[in-house]
Ligand binder design. Structure first.
Ligand SMILES: [Zn+2]
Length: 699
């Protein structure tokens, strides 16, 4: 560092100002581009030895930066893994053990907050609703683009249950922010690429290149997108001053140990991650073989940017290893999955990697020699009792030392629910307590078959194959009639097929066996609402929101229900809470505008609806509401313009014709008005607005 600065001053003294360009930039804080490749296994990348991979961009990054050969995530699930990445703390400290239903607690310092405090512009573009701002990872980002499941997609697109944004869209928005959104400051930009997560949708060319292997085709797609992004960075001149970090949040089982996806086990198929770091200006490769954890990334990044590391960060600073100065000391690598406990009531898993050995704490313990058995096929616990005891000791100490005193990210539930919950032994985290690790439940190894059945049911549902999803749910329930997920899917499928009475019965059974199941309560509320039972619907919406206060959709539905019941004040409070969580929710905004309009606040209502129309231009009702309010405000010309625009989208929209005719009438264009209004009544004979205007016309 000192040497470099000396050289720079020297060059300036010689008048070779151009030589100093890079060094001057090196004095300024580097930008940071953090890219998380969801679900990408390192052994499916060229730079990690996969000769069939098509990953030239990542390979180039590895050739010019630092590649960690043994990097691990802490939890094989998107939200908890990213919570660790962005706070530099262990899951038992930050408390985000699972998804959804967990939120990063306030008060834990985040990487983005630290960068923001250091004068950086902080931006993030997400590809999956799993990382929605309501889960708290947005703290410290001045720009957090999580508008993936805009309500339009959520509800207007029939049955769209899986929503994600392609990498190209994420990159485009990220670049846009770098160009226009950062106000000349150095930037910290986090991009999340979700294309390697099910369901895959690679383009035909890549599908053809990887026949029968959409996972690798999707990884190739991500690599291409990243390549284009970096090329733009180079062309725009910022890439040379940017530290680039690329890693995944977890891997993918791909059938290893019977696990097709991720989240359930903590074997290396899902726990090992790629980790590439190229500091700004670096051009030479370094390979670090010391095992490292995703918890190390935040403190390491801060050090690479010459920033101090907040005291609470628990990961190891590994900037020396990144810069090739030393390999860094080996620290124990912590692994966990509470998914078996929190979703199925089975035993959670914890594990520890030290050097080339790995220990898994479970009712039947496991010990692997990764040097000779990297696929963890031969459990050698019987012959390794002594080292295993030592691993257990280290594991216990690590958890004890880093656990938070009273940290809880779990949504609180009322005591009665918590009690029922505990008595069922289904979930380990009632009443906002951190889940407790015990060894008295079913070993997940014995349940992977059922877990896979549940997954295949979920996949059938996501593919809109409701017949198959129902059959699979029924098959699971034949063995275990209280299986909450199977009940949830069965109820939801019945709802989707408009068999509302059957859906109600199934979902009632669900909330009985799993009263803490927030999505079950929400779905039952929705069903009751469709059946016209407002009292029951209100009760279950309230329950859903109590279980998951971040459930913006249930809050909004509750608000709509209250509005329909004539309880405008309560409706307004509820809708405003929902809109805090999801500011662009067009249904909530539309309803709130109705409340304002009824109160006489026409201007306020118009403002909200203008936002709705801009956000969801294809949605008809808010356009009509806005047109109607323009009429009321005496802005007939504006109303006419909006309705003409609307009719271009949908020429047979009777409501738009009615408002257009009324607007024409208000402007004194009687002949045109009469034609338009008659047309409206032709399309929709009962249209009251048109009939009323026509009556006035004839007076
Ligand atoms: Zn993920």
């Amino acid at each position: 560092m000192v040497l470099r600065r000396t050289l720079c001053v020297f060059a300036v003294a010689l008048g070779a100002a151009m030589l100093c360009g890079l060094a001057a930039a090196a004095g300024a804080p580097p930008n940071v581009l953090l890219v998380t490749l969801d679900t990408v296994r390192p052994d499916h990348l060229g730079c990690y030895g996969d000769r069939h991979a098509l990953t030239p961009t990542l390979d180039e990054l590895a050739r010019t930066g630092t590649r960690f050969t043994q990097a691990y995530t802490t939890v094989p699930l998107t939200l908890p893994a990213h919570a660790t990445l962005l706070t530099g703390t262990y899951p038992f400290f930050h408390g985000v053990r699972d998804q959804p239903g967990y939120r990063l607690p306030d008060g834990i310092p985040t990487l983005a907050e630290r960068f923001a405090a250091a004068g950086y512009a902080t931006g993030a573009v997400l590809a999956s609703p799993v990382l929605d701002a309501r889960y708290g990872l947005n703290r410290g980002f001045s720009y957090y683009d999580d508008r993936i499941a805009s309500v339009m997609q959520e509800e207007a697109v029939q049955g769209a249950t899986v929503v994600k944004r392609p990498a190209s869209e994420v990159a485009r928005r990220g670049l846009d922010w770098v160009e226009h959104g950062r106000g000349g400051k150095p930037f910290f930009l986090w991009l999340h690429f979700y294309d390697a997560h099910l369901p895959y949708a690679p383009p035909a060319a890549l599908r053809a290149r990887f026949p029968g292997d959409p996972y690798d085709a999707s990884i190739a797609l991500i690599d291409q997108t990243l390549g284009r992004l970096l090329a733009v960075g180079k062309a725009q001149g910022w890439l040379a001053h940017t530290t680039v970090v690329v890693l995944s949040d977890h891997g993918e089982g791909l059938g290893e140990h019977g696990e097709s996806t991720h989240g359930f086990f903590i074997y290396n198929a899902t726990m090992r991650i790629p980790l590439l770091i190229r500091p700004a200006g670096a051009t030479s490769p370094h390979i670090v073989t010391t095992p490292v954890s995703i918890v190390d990334v935040a403190p390491t990044l801060l050090r690479l940017c010459n920033l101090s590391v907040p005291a609470g960060m628990q990961g190891r600073k590994r900037e020396a290893a990144v810069l090739g100065q030393d390999g860094g000391s080996a620290t124990p690598i912590y692994l966990e999955s509470y998914y078996p406990l929190l979703h199925l009531g089975w035993n959670p898993l914890r594990g520890l990697v030290m050097g080339e050995q790995k220990y898994i704490e479970a009712p039947r313990r496991e010990f692997y020699d990764l040097a000779t058995d990297p696929a963890e096929r031969h459990n050698v616990e019987a012959t390794h009792q002594a080292p295993m005891a030592a691993f257990q000791e280290v594991l216990d100490t690590l958890v004890r030392r880093h656990s938070a005193v009273s940290q809880s990210a779990r949504t609180a539930v009322d005591p009665a629910t918590a009690e029922t919950f505990a008595s069922l032994g289904y979930l380990g985290a009632p009443g906002g307590l951190a889940p407790v690790f015990t060894l008295d439940r079913r070993d997940p190894k014995d349940g992977i078959g059922e877990e896979e059945q549940l997954l295949s049911m979920a996949h059938a549902y996501q593919a809109h194959n409701f017949v198959q999803a129902e059959a699979r749910a029924q098959a699971i329930l034949a063995h275990d009639s209280r299986q909450p997920l199977a009940l949830d899917y069965l109820g939801t499928v019945r709802f989707e097929r408009h068999d509302l009475k059957a859906a109600q019965a199934t979902l009632t059974q669900l909330v009985r066996v799993a009263p803490f199941f927030a999505t079950g309560a929400a779905q039952l509320a929705h069903t009751d609402e469709q059946l016209g039972d407002r009292t029951a619907a209100e009760r279950w919406y309230r329950q859903a929101v109590a279980l998951d206060p971040g459930d913006a959709r249930s809050l909004r539905q509750l608000g709509l229900l209250l509005l329909d019941s004539g309880r405008a004040a309560e409706a307004e409070t509820t809708l405003r809470r929902a809109l805090e969580l999801q500011p662009d929710d067009v249904y909530g905004l539309n309803a709130l505008s109705q409340i304002l309009a009824e109160r006489g606040d026409t201007a306020g209502a118009i403002g909200l609806l203008q936002h709705v129309v801009a956000t969801a231009p294809r949605l008809l009702p808010p356009r009509l509401n806005l047109g109607y309010l323009y009429l009321r405000a005496g802005q007939a010309a504006v109303a006419e313009q909006l309705m003409r625009d609307t009719l271009r989208q949908d020429p047979r929209a009777a409501g738009a014709l009615a408002i257009l005719g009324t607007a024409q009438l208000q402007q004194g264009h009687r002949t045109e008005a009469e034609t338009t209004l008659r047309h409206a009544l032709q399309v929709e004979p009962g249209n009251a607005v048109a009939a009323e205007a026509l009556r006035r016309l004839k007076k």
